[in-house]
Design a protein around this ligand. Structure first.
Ligand SMILES: Cc1cc2nc3c(=O)[nH]c(=O)nc-3n(C[C@H](O)[C@H](O)[C@H](O)COP(=O)(O)OP(=O)(O)OC[C@H]3O[C@@H](n4cnc5c(N)ncnc54)[C@H](O)[C@@H]3O)c2cc1C
Length: 420
């Protein structure tokens, strides 16, 4: 006898957990939802995030979704039955630019567009930056500073615990160490189950939350899921507790190309932001095609070290921005990747070929969206549409019949890639 489920969610990262939990909670006692994870819960890219939840984004809809999701993180027990501690430290954005408000500047444009959708991102002066950071940042007259007060800082281990708890509380049937090897089809264009290394599972609906693995997983069905892996280095630095304030805001430093946050125990964590230029994005797609290991590189223990050259480069960035830290002490790092799409927008919604397949992946920064994406997937699966959001901008159909190179060739598209 095969096991039958209403919905099989493939991939036990933050997005798979969010989708499975929202589906199960809405189905109540009739819930038949399972989550299939080839390793263990949270082992994929969701083991590498910096636990930052922020909203400002060049896409107004993405920003509004992130703002709504921020509220959900703060009140997670209502949604998931598990709570997460949220520190509202705020975020300081640093961009290059002249202080004259007459000069055109993309940061000021962003401030205006965020105001239009109710996301608070406002310019602050050097005195305010000094106050927010206890004077620990090096500032420059040719830089612009913006503050996003609603930015949250979570703890990665707390997020993992909440994911595990939410799965248990909402009675999602969890299959860890279980790899989907093949999808079973009903001959009429629908998926009716999945073949795993532990046997077959049958279902009415499938949710793809397999992130960076999606392209290979769905290729045998003839589906093209354009997601690539952009390499990123993350490093932790041990600093004196007096070098950084306890409640240091997140620093999104687009002059030095580095995100900084403080982990508990006076560790300064950093990594580079995503590549925004069309050439860099195209290179990630080309590299991914030549990478036989695919997203499994994340499971390679050798990636838990970064080269001396990388660490020297990052150390310079720390000294540049935080002069009080002096020479920072290396406290570990790793090589990882961002899961990106050709236009840097996530894929969220129904597949355009397979009627009962839904995708949720490719955000590059998916943790922050997890609670709201889970709710939207549940609405799509259970009601056939979302109640309050038009998700066409994020549909997989935007890639249908469009060669990838067109996303990088067209000048308009490359400008719109310059997003946060
Ligand atoms: C350095 C760094 C910092 C980041 N910081 C932040 C941040 O501060 N805030 C933020 O919002 N985002 C951040 N991100 C991004 C975030 O980590 C990812 O976007 C997010 O974790 C992706 O989650 P996911 O559930 O889509 O994918 P994953 O966590 O990768 O989950 C996919 C899962 O699918 C499983 N799987 C694959 N194939 C199969 C199969 N055949 N059968 C069964 N299971 C399968 C995998 O094992 C994996 O566990 C950061 C990323 C990096 C690299």
């Amino acid at each position: 006898m095969h096991k039958y489920f209403h919905t099989i969610v493939v991939g036990g990262g933050c997005l798979g957990v969010a989708a499975a939990v929202s589906l199960a909670r809405r189905q109540g006692a009739r819930n038949r939802v399972c989550l299939v994870e080839k390793a263990v819960l949270g082992a994929g890219l969701s083991s590498r995030h910096s636990a930052i939840v922020r909203s400002a984004n060049a896409s107004s809809i993405a920003a509004t979704l992130a703002a709504k999701s921020t509220g959900m993180w703060k009140d997670l027990s209502n949604l998931w039955g598990a709570r997460v501690a949220c520190d509202r430290v705020g975020g300081i954005w640093i961009g290059a630019g002249s202080p004259s408000t007459d000069d055109p500047n993309p940061w000021r444009d962003l401030e205006v567009s965020m105001k239009g959708v109710g996301v608070d991102l406002h310019a602050i002066d050097q005195a305010e930056v000094g106050r927010l950071t206890s004077g620990k940042l090096r500032l420059d007259p040719d830089e612009l500073y913006f503050f996003e007060p609603e930015v949250l800082q979570l703890e990665a281990s707390d997020v993992l615990r909440a994911m595990q708890e939410a799965i248990a509380v909402n009675r999602v049937e969890l299959y860890e160490h279980t790899r989907v090897e093949q999808f079973l089809t009903d001959g009429q264009g629908a998926i009716c189950g999945a073949k795993t290394n532990h046997g077959e599972l049958r279902c009415d609906f499938i949710v793809n939350a397999a992130g960076g693995w999606s392209a290979n997983l769905f290729a045998p069905l003839g589906l093209r899921i354009p997601v690539a892996l952009e390499p990123v280095y993350a490093a932790n630095w041990l600093v004196s507790a007096s070098d950084l304030p306890e409640n240091l805001p997140i620093i999104a430093d687009y002059v030095n190309l580095a995100y900084f946050r403080r982990w508990r125990g006076s560790i300064l964590h950093m990594h580079q932001p995503r590549e925004r230029g069309p050439h860099g994005i195209a290179a990630s797609f080309a590299r991914s095609m030549m990478n036989p290991v695919g997203a499994d590189i994340i499971y390679d223990a050798a990636n838990y070290a970064i080269t001396q050259q990388q660490s020297a480069r990052y150390s310079d960035k720390v000294r540049e921005r935080f002069p009080a830290v002096g020479r920072p002490i290396y406290g570990g790092g790793y090589v990882s990747y961002f899961d990106i799409t050709p236009d840097l927008k996530f894929i969220l919604g129904k597949d355009d070929h397979v009627a009962n397949l839904f995708h949720v992946l490719g955000a590059g920064q998916a943790l922050k969206y997890a609670p709201i994406f889970g709710e939207l997937i549940a609405e799509l699966v259970l009601e056939g549409h979302t109640r309050d959001w038009d998700l066409e901008e994020f549909s997989i159909a935007r890639f249908t019949d469009k060669p990838l190179r067109e996303f990088w060739r067209d000048e308009g598209a490359s400008q719109s890639l310059n997003r946060l």
